[in-house]
Design a protein around this ligand. Structure first.
Ligand code: UDP
Length: 239
């Protein structure tokens, strides 16, 4: 069935913010249900889906550090926040009858499975959605880096990063209505910090391993399915 699809195995990065919906903080179950539906469409056509969830809707290490907390402690809290989001995402997927697993880079026996690459690939191959949580397991990294890392590790065909806008623009399209969207960007263009696509660690990683990244708008119904079957959604970052 995956023949209709351009990609057989994808790594989807969902930021914590994407789970908040219209609220200012936390998780909106309605948003999760909508995402579960969109993810279910991919599973339905035989695409293997790995997900890395962020935690910025709950905690961000750098922000806690600015408020006086030790950075590493803040990052540990941030990584735990991603586990909470992952549990909520799994709940939404399972309620939609989409088999899913949560793995954590930090062992959390009794709550979620510890990340193991070969087991993850086995789950993906059998059609389960695998949600990778706790980022890379290390402070000073981001979940964008975790998404690129896991995407490469599981031998995914593409990393797709869900955002609130249609792709990468030459300036912030929310503030500048005349902003121009890029259809395609090179890794080196993406490293231009002005564009703020992802943090530099993440981009260097995908560049070194030739992993394409597509940035798209998760608020646009059907966009995820469209890009997976080869539609020109958002911005493609590659060589
Ligand atoms: N984090 C970390 N190591 C990682 C991934 C995440 O320490 O490998 C921490 C970091 O404090 C970060 C927080 O977890 O601020 C939440 O992740 P992120 O900010 O990437 O989430 P998003 O912006 O995608 O919601």
């Amino acid at each position: 069935r995956a023949e209709v699809s351009k990609y057989k195995r994808i790594l989807l990065k969902l930021s914590g913010e994407a789970l908040t919906g219209d609220a200012e903080f936390g998780i909106d179950p309605k948003v999760l249900d909508r995402m579960a539906l969109e993810i279910g469409q991919l599973v339905g056509i035989g695409v293997q889906v790995g997900i890395v969830v962020g935690g910025g809707n709950l905690f961000r290490g750098a922000a806690l550090h600015e408020a006086g907390m030790e950075r590493v402690t803040g990052d540990h809290m941030g990584m735990l926040a991603t586990v909470m989001n992952a549990l909520a995402m799994r709940d939404a997927l399972e309620r939609s009858n989409i088999r899913s697993r949560v793995m954590s880079a930090i062992p959390m026996s009794g709550v979620v499975e510890h990340y193991d690459r070969r087991t993850a690939i086995r789950y993906l191959t059998s059609g389960d959605v695998v949600i990778f949580s706790a980022g890379t397991g290390n402070p000073f990294f981001t979940t964008d880096s975790a998404a690129c890392l896991r995407g490469i590790e599981i031998d995914g065909d593409v990393v797709v990063k869900a955002t609130k806008v249609d792709g990468v623009y030459d300036k912030d399209p929310v503030k500048h209505p005349e902003a121009v969207k890029y259809e395609q960007l090179s890794y080196d263009d993406a490293l231009d910090q002005k564009l703020g696509v992802m943090d530099l660690t993440a981009i260097c990683l995908v560049r070194d391993h030739d992993m394409p990244v597509r940035v798209f708008n998760m608020n646009k119904p059907g966009a995820l399915l469209n890009l997976v079957v080869g539609g020109r959604e958002g911005t493609l970052i590659d060589r």
